[in-house]
Design a binder for this molecule. Structure first.
Ligand code: HEC
Length: 204
């Protein structure tokens, strides 16, 4: 089955694809799923409230993570610019994590401590109002589209299966907290939560 020329062998192509894919799964996916008791016990992360969780979904659906990372590396220039560096336990409730890989805009790991809600609202409606040279798109429609909250309970239940400690009581009340809120306001609640759980940890 093996031909002399490796580039012409479908068999080798399939085997090497499987080897490379398995390696990627091993180094990229498996570590994400490993949450040892020690990591959980020392983590400062707090589960998002239902409204923040709904805002996180807006963040994902609008592709904010395509231009913004949430991953401060532990090197001095990074920490000076973006605040506290990420630690292993920070993402134990993040499914999927939003580390991102491209920084067209600044890192948002600790953005929740930087601006007021009012600033965030103006910036999302039209970034040029507060940062005249900004190339970030405007998102005015987020403040006219209202969330129904219909799917929030099932999302929380799935997250609970993955290890986020939501109580039955919190899940029961979730829909009413989300229903009728605009996508923009939920997104702002999410942005304002970023970096607050780890704010007490001054060690970089
Ligand atoms: C096309 C790339 C792009 C996309 C998509 C994008 N941004 Fe931005 N963002 C930027 C750039 C560039 C800046 C820096 C200029 C500014 O502050 O507007 C920025 C700045 C920000 C800031 C202020 C950061 C700081 O430290 O001052 C926040 C908050 C923010 N973006 C949130 C969002 C959210 C939420 C979304 C999704 C709804 C989003 N961005 C989508 C490019 C983008």
């Amino acid at each position: 089955m093996l031909s002399k020329d490796f580039t012409q062998s479908v068999f080798i192509l399939i085997i090497s694809t499987i080897v490379v894919a398995s390696f990627s799964i091993l180094v990229l996916i498996v570590p994400n799923l490993v949450r040892t008791d020690e990591i959980i016990a020392t983590s400062l992360a707090k589960p998002l409230t239902p409204l923040e969780l709904a805002g996180r979904d807006v963040y994902i659906s609008e592709g904010c993570h395509v231009c913004h990372t949430q991953m401060v590396r532990g090197i001095e220039p990074e920490v000076k610019r973006n605040g506290r560096a990420n630690k292993e336990g920070d993402d134990i409730y993040e499914f999927p994590n939003l580390w991102g890989s491209k920084r067209t805009g600044p890192d948002l790991t600790n953005i929740g401590r930087k601006y007021s809600e009012q600033w965030q609202r103006i910036h999302l409606m039209n970034p040029r109002k507060v940062v005249p040279t900004s190339i970030m798109p405007a998102y005015p429609w987020l403040f006219t589209q209202v969330l129904s909250g219909d799917d929030i309970e099932s999302k929380m239940r799935v997250l609970r299966k993955l290890g986020v400690p939501y109580t039955e009581n919190e899940i029961d009340k979730a829909r009413l907290q989300v229903k009728g809120v605009t996508k923009g306001e939920a997104l702002i609640q999410y942005l304002q939560s970023l970096g607050n759980d780890t704010a007490s940890d001054q060690e970089h």
